[in-house]
Write a protein that binds this ligand. Sequence first.
Ligand SMILES: Cc1ncc(C[n+]2csc(CCOP(=O)(O)OP(=O)(O)O)c2C)c(N)n1
Ligand SMILES: [Mg+2]
Length: 292
Amino acid sequence: MSVKTDYKELEVLAQRGRWLVISTVAGSGAGHVGGPLSAMDLMVALYFRVMDVRPQEPQWPERDRFILSKGHSAIGQYTVMALRGYLPVEELKTFDKGRSRLQGHPDVTKLPGLETSTGSLGQGLSVGLGFALGGRLRGQKFHTFILIGDGELQEGMIWEALHIAPRYKLGNLTAILDWNGLQQFGWLLAPGEKHRGDRRDPWAGVDLKTIFEKLGWRVLEIDGHDYSQIVPALDAAKKFGDSDQPTIIVAHTIKGKGVQITEGKFEWHSKVATKEELYAVAAELGVEEVGV
Ligand SMILES: Cc1ncc(C[n+]2csc(CCOP(=O)(O)OP(=O)(O)O)c2C)c(N)n1
Ligand SMILES: [Mg+2]
């Protein structure tokens, strides 16, 4: 459990992480930006304050487990893992290359420290439920955290896990919903305009908190970019590990958070920054070495 209440260090790490995400994607020529920036503060808090992990011993049996179920945000997880010491920051440059350990979506066969492969949305919560159940049956004390997207929440398999986890009484399981109100595409277009399907936020006006509570989850609602809310909520969820109720943290977030040109813009779901954009972002984030 975290005891420090000064979050400046986490903010600095997240700012560096945001730069590494956008510059790495620019360097490799492909990847996602909006989702990783949306989840950056949540992942920094998990890896640096909340989870009990040993970066030098990634298979340590008692480690807390983290699954990035919204696997397209992989570069965000790799970045935070690199800053935490699982891999050299320099290795981020190999992102999405053929032989790299850092595939475009997390590949458990490549990088020690990942718990499962993700990218096909909807599966992580069920896998994590299995970890939590297995841990409990073996008398292990680790906690399992699963990060899911709000678009991903539309997947049927997520709802199967949401239904069953409270019945298994898995207090050692915590789901975190990265609720940024955006997915791959934007808002509903004007009438008559051509588009690929209905782009409205499917959860707008839906009382998810009550739905989760009725299903049997303990619900904590936070601003997913405010460490003074994130860290205590994650700590509390972990403390409930011995209880008989799983926790879901509903984190209100902003897609592309922390960089002016990307904040709240669905177009940055998976867009590569131009050189000019990178220089502007570097100036905004106070980065001296751009290296492009
Ligand atoms: C099963 C499946 N369907 C579709 C996709 C393509 N896809 C990748 S990201 C994405 C949008 C996800 O939105 P959300 O979960 O809200 O993530 P975030 O906003 O955090 O990027 C989609 C549809 C996928 N990866 N897997
Ligand atoms: Mg989203």
